[in-house]
Design a binder for this molecule. Structure first.
Ligand code: GLU
Ligand code: MG
Length: 442
């Protein structure tokens, strides 16, 4: 594994690398990059590369636009789809001000801060993300469509699975980039796929999600398909989630496991669940950031709608998968793959840690299908609904100082401003559904 600047320089020479892409993400999770010729690499690894940040979402004001990129050598990877001669590689960077202070608008920095908070409590955080997405055909002009001829369902094998070749090539490309995939399979809806990343430390896990999305789009294009991580591209079938599996380690041991505890869970695990439930409305704006995200969080499509936890049942927000011992973990089922994974992991981690700090006891687990309960039954158990749309989620975010503090003033303000504008624009549209319902009748 590459870990130092020296290793990077050596590999670059061995593999005939000609260009390096210095990558980072903006607040909305869009990957940005600055390409440098290999002759500039030493300077880059000495943290001497500057770029103009003023044109990037949520970055700087014009008057302080010079930003410094600091490549993380452990993220070095070759793009396997590019030629072997004059190869192209990438390094993921942290963003700093020219004076050497970390830039508050860098999502990677927001996650690092949350991980420092975990470290002060004695924990390190392990995450494995399950990324669901659709593969659609492209129009003859190359535009993405929502057309899929694939009629396969969950776990089906070919020959019906037309996306199988593309998915396999995505997994191979990830492996060549050093990213291990735990499993990959067809999902429930036609054209829907899932790739599960192996557990790693939270920062690496976020880097890998960003990479997976970009690799999936690139490889799908080579198969004349479009890979989309839009949460609910089709009405009437499952949407795409990004379930986050998370455990805390303390002194190398799984801190969520206690063979004597209820359901084999430690007190820390129970408090963490308490925190995840308490802050759920507020972090939803970050884990489900699009207007479209809320079209997925409706009953009947295996996505959570209500704030509850369970030991098995898949209709709840938090589920405890069956593994115990070193594999003890919590699964948060609300996030979708349109989120910025650095920000999403940061708010999830801080919500859970707040449960530990403040000893928030979770309510009892709910082992019934929440979709099938009446509103009165849910109310009698004190079960709240997740925000029903982006506007509700933004209002909840504004009412939660812990989640706001986790993002930090800079990211919080830019995120809220951008998302409020998105909501207002959406809210003034007149949809086909409205015309069908109202035009003839009123
Ligand atoms: N696609 C479902 C969702 O929107 C999840 C299906 C599953 O349980 O893997 O979260
Ligand atoms: Mg799935």
């Amino acid at each position: 594994m590459v870990t130092t600047a020296k290793d990077v320089l050596q590999l670059v020479a061995e593999r005939n690398v000609r260009f390096i892409r210095l990558q980072f993400t903006d607040i909305l999770g869009v990957v940005k990059n600055v390409a440098i010729p290999v002759s500039e690499l030493e300077r880059a690894l000495a943290n001497e590369i500057m770029f103009d940040g003023s044109s990037i979402e949520g970055f700087t004001r014009i008057e302080e636009s010079d930003m410094n990129l600091r490549p993380d050598p452990s993220t070095f990877a070759l793009f396997p789809w590019r030629p072997r001669e004059n190869a192209v590689a990438r390094l993921i960077c942290d963003v700093y001000h020219p004076d050497g202070s970390p830039f508050a608008g860098d999502p990677r920095h927001v996650l690092r801060r949350a991980l420092n908070e975990a470290a002060t409590l004695g924990f390190s955080v392990q995450i494995g993300a399950e990324c669901e997405f659709f593969l659609f055909h492209r129009s003859p002009e190359g535009k993405p469509t929502t057309v899929t001829h694939d009629e396969a369902g969950y776990f089906d094998l070919g020959p019906v699975d037309l996306g199988e070749d593309a998915r396999r090539d995505i997994v191979i490309a990830l492996a060549e980039m050093g990213i291990q995939v735990e499993a990959s399979h067809h999902e429930v809806a036609p054209g829907q796929h899932e790739i599960d990343l192996k557990y790693s430390d939270a920062l690496t896990a976020a880097d890998q999600v960003v990479t997976l999305k970009f690799v999936a789009r690139t490889i799908a294009r080579q198969h004349d398909l479009h890979a989309t991580f839009m949460p609910k591209p089709l009405f009437g079938v499952n949407g795409s989630g990004m379930h986050v599996h998370l455990s805390l380690l303390r002194g190398g041991q799984n801190a969520f496991f206690d063979p004597q505890g209820p359901h084999g869970l430690s007190q820390a695990a129970l408090y963490f669940i308490g925190g995840l439930l308490a802050h759920a409305p507020a972090y939803t704006a970050v884990t489900n950031p699009l207007v479209n995200s809320y079209k997925r969080l409706v009953p009947g499509y295996e996505a959570p709608v209500h704030v509850a936890w369970s030991v098995q049942n898949r209709s709840t927000l938090v589920r405890v998968p069956v593994q115990r011992g070193a594999g003890t973990r919590l699964e948060l089922r609300s996030p979708d793959p349109s989120c910025n994974p650095y920000l999403a992991f940061a708010v999830i981690i801080r919500a859970g840690l707040d449960g530990i700090r403040r000893r928030i006891e979770p309510p009892p687990p709910v082992d019934r299908n929440l979709y099938e309960m009446t509103a009165a039954e849910r109310a009698s158990l004190g079960i709240r609904r997740l925000p029903a749309n982006l506007a509700e989620a933004l209002a909840a975010l504004e009412n939660d100082p812990l989640i706001a503090e986790t993002l930090g003033e800079h990211v919080y303000t830019h995120f809220l401003d951008a998302k409020r504008i998105e909501w207002e624009i959406y809210n003034s549209q007149v949809s086909n559904w409205e015309l069908d319902q109202y035009l003839g009748t009123f």
